[in-house]
Ligand binder design. Structure first.
Ligand SMILES: [Fe+2]
Ligand SMILES: [Fe+2]
Length: 255
């Protein structure tokens, strides 16, 4: 059958362009299985298949040339500037907390609360984000980041926090959180750091003034005082979550 008999879909055309681009590259780039799962396909890039497609080339085992270069010893600020796809929401939330006179711990929690979404994985972003930062921040900050994911779905009138209108728009009016989220909320309710996590929700603002000036530079000192930047570089240290940062640093490494 003539392959040109039917017009190519956008996805097919995108695949072709990706492949053309790959042929121009020095090295073979691979996608992780999770990236294919996210495209709705249960498949993986295997070495025989990839080597047949790009004969004579070696697999990429370092920097992805398509991504902004990172310094030898990257800091959290470098990840903000070169790996986080969007920082406005984080900066707006942290700015709101700062203006509201919150302690630095809360400001930092607001600044980092959605880092998993902007750099890594959406599903269960609170849990992923908390693990990413856990070795480098106060335990309370990591706990608050983990738990805000559940608290976001439950109102607390004592601090004027209602169920977000945006969630009705995004998920439909009848959406009910999964049982594990309900359980997390109930545990969090009784926890000594409940209010720290709740303050992330209170400052987690989506309809912020689009003209508000936010700048990462305003938070560099707070990060410096509250985030234990490893001297080897974030991801190149030996912390329990260094591999997560390395994966963001080198997302297309073969191994
Ligand atoms: Fe969040
Ligand atoms: Fe958020």
């Amino acid at each position: 059958m003539n392959e040109h008999a039917h017009p190519k879909s956008v996805a097919e055309r995108a695949d072709e362009l990706e492949e053309e681009k790959m042929h121009e590259m020095e090295r073979i780039l691979t996608k992780s299985t999770i990236a294919h799962l996210m495209d709705g396909e249960v498949k993986m890039d295997t070495s025989p298949e990839m080597r047949a497609k790009y004969p004579g080339k070696y697999f990429l085992m370092g920097d992805d040339p398509r991504l902004p270069p990172m310094p030898q010893k990257p800091t959290l600020v470098d990840y903000f500037r070169h790996r986080f796809a969007s920082t406005a929401h984080l900066l707006q939330s942290a700015t709101h907390a700062l203006k509201g006179g919150q302690p630095e711990k809360v400001v930092l929690a607001c600044l980092l609360h959605d880092i998993a979404i902007v750099s890594f994985i959406r599903c269960d972003h609170g849990y992923w984000g908390a693990q990413m930062i856990e070795p480098y921040v106060d335990e309370e900050v990591a706990w608050a980041v983990k738990t805000h994911q559940a608290l976001r779905f439950f109102p607390d009138e004592s601090v004027g926090y209602g169920y977000p209108d945006l969630y009705k728009e995004l998920f439909g009016p009848g959406y009910k959180p999964e049982p594990y989220i309900v359980d997390e909320y109930q545990r969090a309710r009784k926890h000594k750091w409940y209010m720290t996590s709740r303050l992330i929700c209170v400052n987690d603002i989506y309809s912020f003034d689009p003209n508000a000036k936010v700048n990462l530079d305003d938070f560099v000192d707070i990060i410096g005082r509250n985030f234990k930047q490893p001297k080897e570089g974030l991801g190149l240290d030996n912390s329990p979550s260094a591999h997560m940062w390395r994966t963001i640093l080198w997302p297309t490494r073969f191994l």
